[in-house]
Design a protein around this ligand. Sequence first.
Ligand code: GLU
Length: 556
Amino acid sequence: MDYEALSELLFPNITKTPEDYEKMYPPRKLPEGARVTRFAPSPTGYLHIGGLYGALTDVMTAKSTGGVSYLRIEDTDKKREVEDGVSAIIKGFNAFGVGFDEGVTVRGKEKGKYGPYTQSKREEIYKTVAKSLVKKGLAYPCFCTAEELTEMRSRQESEGTAIWGYFGKWAKCRDLTFDEIKAKIDAGMPYVLRFRAQGSEDKKIVFEDIIRGKIEMPENIIDEVLLKSDGIPTYHFAHVCDDHFMRTTHVIRGEEWISSVPKHIALFKACGFKAPKYAHTPQVMKIDEENGSKRKLSKRKDPEAAVSYFVEQGYPKESVLEYLMTLMNSNFEDWRRANPKADVFEFPFNLKKMSAAGCLFDLAKLNDVSKNVISVMNCEEVYDCVLKWAKNYDKELCKLFKKNPKYAKAILNIDRENPTPRKDIAKWSEVKDYVTYFYDDIYYPSFKMMPENITHEDAGKILKAYLAVYDENDNKEQWFDKIKGICEPLGFTPDVKEYKKNPDAFKGHVGDVSSVIRVALTSRANTPDLYMIMKLLGKQRVWERIALSANMLFYL
Ligand code: GLU
């Protein structure tokens, strides 16, 4: 077979050679040890939390080695593509401050010298490499129809062959002559371009996965499709061409690709390219609420599988990043303790320390991390973040906060700058519920949280007694002394220890008395510092609410 002639027949318009691209995309000049990584999503308009986790792994690997990370859009599967699917993904990254050094940015724009970074714009490159493979006798056109392939598959099934696919004696088009090929092409028959696999069934390849260690697998013997009948490359072929010419040193991708590595290594070899290092990351899992088993976070079942969920819920980006880092490297928490103020991207991330077992995403743990993150923000930061979130997701809260920023900040500042700051907010969507009682427009009193051990009659008496002594100018000590002062005449004790020693002697203790006042003012059993709350509510509202509660309790 005259492969040169075949390559001209198949690719008459391709005039470049891979060497031209070698010159166009020279090896990157980076310091020793610097890693070049990429995140390569399909433009599905959906960013899975596992995608953010993967992208963070890429970015951190590059950052911690002084290398480069880039974003490549893999849009060769038109069925999966949705309109504007790229910007939704980029928006997701931007929301969490995950930035790449190169690649696609927004609206078809890109930065970097190794582009285009969108696969649909790289047709000529793929065809040039494909042509060179044909020239070397390592790729050939296959005219088998979908029906023929289905038929082959069912024969393989019924014969019980160990391996299924297009290979060896099953590969009908492998040995077509030049004239046969030409006749089919002249007749307008559609065809795909296949790899002529060189591997043998009884040989193994061994490769080192950075996360999983040595992996041994049978060599690839399948004549994989390289270019589909419309000339678009398959993932396998595009991966090899792109990661070579973009000079990727480390391919970090989901574990579902491990089984394809023999194919990829064979392709790199056939093309004369050096294969990159591989690291296959574990899947993001969760514990199923119903049966307690571990399973993949699912786009269909779990709202938290989508990165947009965390934006909508109002998790600060730092919280999500911190939490993902703890999942990526178990020493992150120690590092954070030693460097409480450092930017998360300064963490010396190490791919090798990533665990190969599935990573377990737990919303409750994220909430804990987030409460810590928010607890060290000052009230200005919290105010700005809440407002920014509320602009898109809670117009009512936005309006209230904007109307009186000083008041809102004072509310957010209660118990904030303490040595042990409040840790009650995990996400901005919880803020409204915490602040309702500060805003008459959205506050409806409720007595549900009144302590159960106190009768309505006693609660009413407590409130009336308190109003008689309340003075808005009291300092905190005087304020508390007054609450203690009303205890005894009403059969309560100001001394909790005394109550514990002799509970039958009292109706309750000072804590119960304050709870009644707290519920009357806020309808809540737990709040930050009640003294500060009363200061902010102001005399008139304190009076109105306590008086109203005292009367209402009388009727309940
Ligand atoms: N486009 C592929 C995917 O979405 C990327 C795999 C890779 O990173 O190589 O799964």
